[in-house]
Design a protein around this ligand. Sequence first.
Ligand code: GLU
Length: 299
Amino acid sequence: MLLPYTGRFAPSPSGPLHLGSAVAAVASYVDARAHGGQWLVRIEDLDSLRVVQGATHSILQQLVALGMKWDGEILHQSSRLDAYQTTFDTLLSLNLVYPCGCTRREIVDSVLRLQGESADGERPYPGTCRHGLPEGRQGLSWRLRVPEGVVRFEDRWLGAMEQNVAHTVGDFIIRRADGIWAYQLAVVVDDAAQGVTDIVRGEDLLSSTARQQQLAKMLGFSAPRVLHVPLVVDESGLKLSKQNNATALDLTQPLAVLQRSWQLLGFERLKVSNIEDFWAQATPVWVQRLSRANLHGIN
Ligand code: GLU
């Protein structure tokens, strides 16, 4: 029997979809179909500096051209500010958030002092403002008090994962210094409000999952299951992204885009001549792949 399933595709409208985001969309859509579930589209447009005029329209047109039909109304995060504020107020009343007056530079300096010059990669927040703002400081951002402990989860593609958020990330920002709600907060609030049971997205967001599950738990939400698909890289090994100007999809050839995305997910091209047949054939192949990998994919 199929369990209730609600998936979502949550693009940021910072430009049209490129091949990397198409791969994530294809995986998310085919997983929802395989479960006979709902597939929602959410536009993550909180960061007004990154929002590009017309990008939402282009993304939706691209999804339509690729034969991906979403269920229900499209949710725009910019219309959800009250919900984020309410959640923030709850966290504040539980003393689970605190104001932080550190600048980026100060955090880097203090991590270097604590860990020596060799500190590299992701720097956990050292907790400078956790017990109160230093004298004469004003709060800039707000951080979540991350409890000690390891977050464990099963990724339906990658297998067992774990992360000690307190150690690797530290107290993370949920409201930015510019007043914008952080991605981590908005995603958790919206996934819960929309009843999302399954997140299927690119592996670049794998490192956010433990944070999101931690926050969901603190808010009493059940965390959605996750599946992260491989990232698409260019010839020099760089992740395709809007930032490095990945080219938009050629939608004069939607079937070719689907076939290419499918191959990038590790499958063979499907012997089909139109997009309806593509989806019809892709779905059972996906089911087979997940049950072969025995990754609790399909129930
Ligand atoms: N808006 C995010 C992005 O475009 C995706 C968020 C998510 O899937 O959780 O990278």
